[in-house]
Write a protein that binds this ligand. Structure first.
Ligand code: AGP
Length: 606
């Protein structure tokens, strides 16, 4: 998704804006731009291009412009092709603007205000600039409020008005903006990652309030004209956790961090060997009163929800739905006051998930969110929040966020099992003892990464690849397949192994690569039959298999041995092996592993 930064203070705005935009590159983008006040000419100077921040930096190096106030933007195209004219910032008359989100009624506005003649781009954002300029006669606050009242959709708008040097304005609806005060001046951004270099104190801009930011002060005014006092939050991770620590890509670093992030996530939630959410303020009543559970999430977070579903059914014997957030509101979900909605999101800003939460709350459901970013939009909409302690996840392909989401879910299920009498204290303790063996199992897989790299080399040229498994292994493979798809661009599909014979096996031919995941002992014999079916048709099969199940298969298959845990915990070593597989295929193909084509780290459009 688009990245936004704004700075006004005493230092050179160009370097601060460009450095901050580079910290947002992980969000994915196709063009970039900055706009700065030129105090000598009292004009706003706009520089933008298709490409990377480094390309824009080269373009700006030739300039002599000195400025201490400006805004910047990395664009992930929604309206309008990837062309320089569509890059932000957009300027119209006295107004210069950057935007993250989608204004759904921009065509109507063009027609109502006859703006077409003024427009040079194909974007919704330029329409907003034109409308602001249309109404602006010196009172920026009122102008912004008037125009915002005419917009339908999501927006984080950051603006400068040419006759107000050194001043930046902002307003948001759904799309995030965080703001920080520091000795260098005032800074805002669409993502905390861009602020961490400045300060540990920040606040999340409230929606529909107008921010006026100057070098040494800022004010927030609500639509009712009253001043709004924002809630100050503290950044809870160190800046150095933003570096790659010597790894070539963030994705590898974040894969390698998983034993530590797992432990960081669980360490304060195990008391006397039992699960405990006291630190999170999640009441026992919240976990015992619900009659149904519904998970809403997207992508990797949805895959984590599938794993929760398997546990809730097998351990709690409860009904649980797992819904794609983008489908949820349009599928007539059965949601009421007896439903516990569990929203899973690394960023806490995914609009599909955020809108699903708002919908469910309107239906009376309580919402418990599993999130990685404090103060995020979904956190503010939820009744309870269980934070993962993954730290900033920079690579677009989610890895440590997934395993820490699972860590929270496994604890949640154990707590609910104890509270609901599905587990005795002894059974819960046993579950927790096995659960606490997970970091060691993950570490063992990380020690095998060279072996997994060899498997990766054998599939570098593949165009299609199948992943087959049964039960929880199938859910794990959905995540493993998404990883491979999104970073290597190989068309990888995960199938329930028993489903292949109902059609997809028609795609199996000589040398088609198949990854089979075998960790569920009770399903092994059936799965081996499915594996033989594809092998008989020429598939090139590699088994990712639980070590204790592999003995009799060593002669017949290429194996990646996975350290033993009880079946229900095997997702952890298995998914880390699949993350490594995807990572090595992508890095060996020479791709930009952290910023795959077309993808964004945070999807703030529906
Ligand atoms: C996963 O590797 C992707 N980056 C993507 O599927 C992601 O999980 C999805 O967009 C949800 O993001 P969220 O967890 O921040 O809500």
């Amino acid at each position: 998704m688009c990245g936004i930064v704004g700075y006004t203070g005493v230092k050179d705005a160009r370097e601060i804006l460009l450095d901050s935009l580079e910290l947002l590159e992980h969000r994915g983008y196709d063009s970039v731009g900055i706009a700065r006040f030129d105090s000598e000419t009292s004009q706003v100077c706009v520089d933008k291009c298709v490409g990377r921040v480094r390309d824009l930096r080269r373009e700006c190096e030739q300039e002599t412009l000195s400025s201490t106030c400006g805004i910047g933007h990395t664009r992930w195209a929604t309206h309008g092709a990837v062309l320089e004219k569509n890059a932000h910032p957009h300027r119209c008359g006295k107004v210069t603007i950057v935007h993250n989100g989608i204004v759904e009624n921009y065509r109507q506005l063009i027609e109502n205000y006859e703006l077409q003649e003024q427009l040079v781009s194909e974007t919704d954002t330029e329409v907003v600039a034109a409308l602001l300029d249309h109404y602006y006669h010196g009172d920026a606050q009122r102008t912004i409020q008037k125009v915002a009242g005419k917009l339908k959709g999501t927006y984080a708008l950051v603006m400068m008005f040419e006759d107000q040097p050194g001043v930046i304005y902002a307003i948001r609806n759904v799309s995030p903006i965080v703001v920080a005060e520091c000795e260098e001046g005032m800074m805002l951004a669409s993502d905390l990652t861009a602020l961490g270099q400045f300060t540990k104190q920040y606040f999340v801009m409230p929606e529909h309030a107008v921010l006026k930011m100057e070098a040494d002060r800022m004010t927030l005014v609500g639509f009712d004209g009253n001043v709004v006092e924002p809630e100050l939050l503290t950044l809870d991770w160190e800046m150095q956790s933003l570096g790659k620590n010597g790894y070539p890509f963030y994705m590898e670093k974040e894969i390698m961090e998983q034993p530590d992030t797992f432990m960081a996530t669980v360490k304060n939630r195990i008391v006397n060997g039992l699960p405990d959410f006291t630190v999170d303020g999640v009441s026992d009543e919240a976990l015992t009163s619900c009659k149904r559970i519904c998970v809403v999430a997207c992508g990797t977070a949805w895959h984590a929800g599938l794993m929760l579903q398997a546990l809730v059914k097998s351990v709690l014997h409860m009904h649980i739905d797992v819904e794609l957030a983008s489908e949820f509101m349009y599928s007539d979900p059965v949601i009421n006051e007896n439903t516990l909605l569990i929203a899973v999101s690394q960023s806490g800003e995914t609009v599909d998930t955020l809108e699903a939460v708002k919908y469910a709350k309107q239906k009376g459901a309580k919402c418990l969110a599993v999130l990685n970013v404090r103060g995020s939009s979904i956190a503010r909409e939820s009744d309870y929040v269980l934070y993962t302690e993954a730290g900033p996840e920079i690579a677009v392909a989610s890895t440590k966020a997934y395993t820490t989401q699972l860590a929270v879910m496994y604890l949640l299920v154990a707590k609910m099992a104890l509270l609901r009498g599905e587990y005795t204290v002894e059974e819960t303790r046993h579950y927790m003892e096995e659960f606490q063996r997970v970091p060691e199992a993950i570490s063992k897989v990380l020690e095998q990464r060279k072996e997994i790299h060899v498997v990766a080399k054998n599939v570098l040229e593949a165009k299609d690849l199948f992943m087959i498994g049964r039960g929880m292994d199938y859910s794990t493979l959905l995540e493993g397949s998404l990883k491979l798809k999104e970073v290597s661009y190989i068309h990888s599909e995960a199938y329930a192994a028993g489903e292949l014979k109902h059609g997809p096996i028609a795609l199996i031919a000589q040398d088609v690569p198949v990854v089979a995941l075998v960790t569920q002992e009770k399903l092994m014999s059936k799965e081996l039959s499915n594996i033989k079916e594809v092998k008989a048709r020429g598939a090139s099969v590699v088994l990712f298999i639980k070590q204790s199940l592999a003995e009799q298969l060593k002669e017949d298959y290429e194996l990646v041995l996975l350290p033993d845990l009880e079946d229900k915990f095997m997702v952890f070593p298995a998914v880390v092996a699949l993350q490594l597989l995807a990572y090595y295929v992508s890095s060996d193909k020479g791709f930009d592993v952290d910023k795959p084509r077309n993808l964004a780290k945070v999807v703030t459009v529906e």
